[in-house]
Design a protein around this ligand. Sequence first.
Ligand code: HEM
Length: 546
Amino acid sequence: MTPLPPNHIFNMLNTTTMTTSSPATSRHFFPEIQIIELLAALLVFIVIHSLRQRKKHGLPVWPFLGMLPSLVLGLRVDMYEWISQVLCRQNGTFTFRGPWFTNLNCIVTSDPRNLEHLLKTRFQAYPKGPYFRNALRDLLGNGIFNADDEIWQRQRKTASIEFHSSKFRNMTTESLLELVHRRLLPVLNESVDRSDQIDLQDILLRLTFDNVCMIAFGVDPGCLSPGLPEIPFAQAFEAATEATILRFVTPTLVWKIMRHFNLGSEKRLKDSIKGVDSFADEVIRTRKKEISLLQADDKKQRSDLLTIFMGLKDDEGQPFSDKFLRDICVNFILAGRDTSSVALSWFFWLLDQNPTVEEKILGEICRIVDERNDESEMGDLIFRPEEVKKMDYLHAALSEALRLYPSVPVDHKEVVEDDVFPDGTVLKKGTKVVYAIYAMGRMEAIWGKDCRDFRPDRWLRDGRFMSESAYKFTAFNGGPRLCLGKDFAYYQMKFVAASILYRYKVVVVENHPVAPKLALTMYMQHGLKVKLCKRSESELQMYHKY
Ligand code: HEM
């Protein structure tokens, strides 16, 4: 159907008015068919008008519904890709207009200048804010990811001292060595002996879960034990992060009504939070019991985060409540379990498609191992911390995977006073801001024409890794809320990746579907089904001479 020009529509409206004013002719000229024509014309007008808005605003703006229909379409395909395309069309920033009766309006940006402004320069004016805090409250409570001001500062300071202590650093290297060599490699070896396919993402999630529980709470849940036991907590946690993110795209009133009547995704959220809470409660109970049995001197030896928080007092001089300790647990599990594991999963998938990158990583690892004087340690090779640090190309390849598939694909803030972004966007007090980290990796304006290619070399100068500004590469956030676990995460990912790659070729099962899941962190929706092939001595020898 050829669209009608707007003035034709006005003519039709005029004709209708004339005909209805003449009683003699109204029976003749006001049949149902004319109403239908009128409505059709109106509809065409609305469609043309809404589509014309696309040029100006990046998306069609429909009467009453705003941009909601496009959002619904985006949710049905690939949300992150959809946002990236709109941002590319709009030079890095656009205003999402929700239906007039909702509070979904927000500014979406991927412009590094705006990110530096909101994450660092005007940090105080851009807290997480009440809108997002409410949406995340049931799962994250007042934990570090969801808190602002004093509550955030206190957790940040305590955790920061802990993360930078040598005791913590020793604990992370020791726990990782134990997990990789006593659990991960035997599980992988078994899959090779049985020629089994495995879900590598699931195995990596088990590894990082055990690891974060060991370093943050001093407990070992044993998820990566032989036979890979069922973990009710893991399912509950993933379901909770999925259901929580739906609140970001659902009008507040709607999800609150659903929560009240325990319907749909809100019912799923409530049920899964019960599973999450029972794990956290058990950890806290066990820890408290153990601490009560320890002598004062032994208590000082405990260096896990939970024990440290248990020893602190709140503003009224009381020990922190169990609810607050539960929030600390859940937030650290989210931080430590769901980030490096999913990053590694995307990394192994990218390697499968880029064999030359894999060859270069192996070349680097073998060159570093060749520098050892003592050949007797070559048997069951364990990488040393100083060797892991030297793996610049591997560091670059992991950064490149995170640039394309950041574990936290979008993040949010709320402005507390009227402001203007460096790109000229005007923000009224209370405006919600979403920064699209996934989209940033796909912007030619930031990374050049080859932005969609997996090219670790873009991170290297004379063979050495060169970091980028946190406002261009925002996978670890930036400013005062920069990820506290960044150094640990790189060490963990490099140690795990090198230990696997040195022993196995990871082959993704043919036709395995790969897509991101819509959740707080970017899981692979269908996991990562792979088969492992053991590297032979002769193959490794080739790389040792690389
Ligand atoms: C590849 C791995 C990782 C990535 C990509 C990553 C990314 C991020 C991002 C984007 C944030 C900001 C979140 C926000 O404010 O909304 C963050 C914060 C944080 N991360 Fe990480 N993270 C990783 C690993 C870890 C690990 C392993 C730990 C600890 C065991 C950790 C601990 C934290 C903490 C405590 C914060 C809160 C900082 C604050 O708000 O002050 N992260 N991380």
